[in-house]
Design a protein around this ligand. Structure first.
Ligand code: AMP
Ligand code: GLY
Length: 422
């Protein structure tokens, strides 16, 4: 079995390592992958959005299965194109990927099918958006419509900053074409929970819940990042809430996508907020989360390839997907300055005994040495019987990595621990 994994970050490394547990897996090609994935994967220097290049590679190599992990190639239709070539894939079609690629599409879907989310309005002119802001409640949330690397969301505390947000998204095009339309929505409060779910468009199987830490600095301060650490499970996600989410959100979403003629097959990511009025959808992603995957997949007991293939073949109901009852914590080491400007080329040394716990994201090789090449450089994941032990073990391992001036948060999991001790 030879598998192609499209994407190059920590999430893809976690997918690759899990796929490797299956003894039938021979070659795994990572397109483009990164240097820290070797030898678990063979790197192929074709970018994740080079659809022609990827399809040519697939035609020239004995690819038995493909996993498309990032949002861009999914939204661009890579799964549709590979499927046309006869290659079985894990990931949604372009039509189904709209659930992430357009916030207006997602919000409209939720409105039409009664799926609970923040109240909202969409605007395609800055003038109308600005008018709306004059009378709305504060704080208010302003989102660019399209894909914006998780950065197209602004929470405005004052009317002035709300106006600035509309100005920067719609008139200065801070997020490019993503900002031709904006969604302006109600500010919600409550614990946030990420739930990734396998679905073949008939059955939906939620994975263990997790908690992301999106802000750059301790205490959830600073700029929004791609995520600087995760824990799983998320203590805010009680069995009672899980049941409500299944009935009020997960199943209705799968049914809504079918009714729209856009059956979703792959990993559907629910970004949820547990508000005083019940669970609400903050966002959908059409893919595994990063760095949620780095804590969720290490807890998966069932063979990942088997589950993925059952999704592709629409027989997920035959699969019993099991998770260990343990806890996991992932701490991200980022380049100094991230998410702003950061230098590249800093040498990184990972002790041999820690490597099995490291998921690399932004590493390249130079003169036989690993050096940084991205914002989020690597994640260290520990699994333990308790969350407290998982957190200390992840930090202990992170300390052994020689990465001068690495930026990391020191409080990953602390909020979850407090919630557990309540
Ligand atoms: P998104 O990219 O839509 O997940 O938004 C990024 C982050 O902004 C979320 O993880 C939340 O922390 C926050 N956020 C988004 N929408 C809202 C909302 N309606 N109310 C409060 N916070 C929000
Ligand atoms: N960690 C958030 C995301 O993957 O979008």
């Amino acid at each position: 079995m030879n598998i192609m994994v499209v994407g190059g970050g920590g999430r893809e490394h976690a997918i690759i390592r899990k796929l490797r547990e299956n003894p039938q897996v021979n070659t795994i090609w990572a397109l483009p992958g990164n240097a820290g994935m070797v030898p678990e994967a063979e790197l192929v220097s074709i970018g994740a959005t080079d659809l022609d290049g990827i399809c040519d590679f697939a035609k020239q190599h004995p690819v038995d299965y493909a996993v498309v992990a990032p949002d861009d190639p999914l939204a661009m239709g890579l799964v549709d194109r590979l499927s046309e070539l006869g290659i079985p894939c894990f990931g949604p079609s372009a039509a189904a990927a709209q659930i992430e690629a357009s916030k207006v599409f997602a919000k409209d879907l939720m409105r039409r099918y009664g799926i609970p989310t923040a109240a909202w309005e969409a605007f395609d002119s800055a003038e109308k958006a600005l008018q709306y802001l004059e009378a709305c409640d504060l704080p208010i949330v302003i989102k660019a419509d399209g894909l914006a690397l998780g950065k197209g969301v602004i929470i405005a505390e004052t009317r002035e900053s709300a106006r600035e947000a509309v100005h920067s998204i719609m008139e200065e095009h801070a997020f490019g074409k993503s900002g031709d339309r904006v969604v302006i929505e109600e500010f919600l409060t409550g614990p946030e929970v990420s739930v990734l779910a396998f679905t073949d468009s008939h059955t939906i199987v939620p994975m263990v819940s997790s908690m992301d830490h999106k802000r750059a600095l301790d205490g959830d301060k600073g700029l929004t990042t791609g995520g600087l650490g995760t824990v799983a499970p998320n203590p805010a996600y009680t069995p009672e809430l899980a049941k409500r989410c299944m009935e009020e959100i997960f199943l209705p979403t799968v049914r809504a996508m079918n009714a729209e003629g856009r059956p979703f097959k792959g990993c559907l990511y629910f970004g949820l907020m547990m508000t005083p009025k019940g669970p609400r959808v903050i966002e959908y992603n059409c893919r595994f989360g990063d760095p949620e995957t780095q804590v969720v997949l290490p807890l998966l007991k069932t063979d990942l390839l088997t589950v993925m293939q059952s999704v592709t073949e629409e027989r997920l109901h035959e699969c019993s997907v099991e998770f260990s009852g343990e806890s996991a914590c992932c701490v991200i080491l980022a380049s100094p300055g991230y998410p702003g400007h950061y230098p590249k080329g800093i040498p990184v040394r990972i002790p041999e005994e820690v490597r099995p716990f490291v998921y690399s994201a932004g590493l390249s090789e130079k003169d036989g040495q690993l050096v940084t090449s991205g914002g989020r450089v690597l994640g260290v994941t520990a699994v333990a019987p308790t969350l407290r032990d998982a957190i200390s073990s992840a930090y202990e391992m992170a300390e052994t990595i020689d990465f001068p001036d690495a930026h990391m948060r020191h409080d990953i999991g602390q909020r979850a621990l407090k919630a557990l001790e309540k």
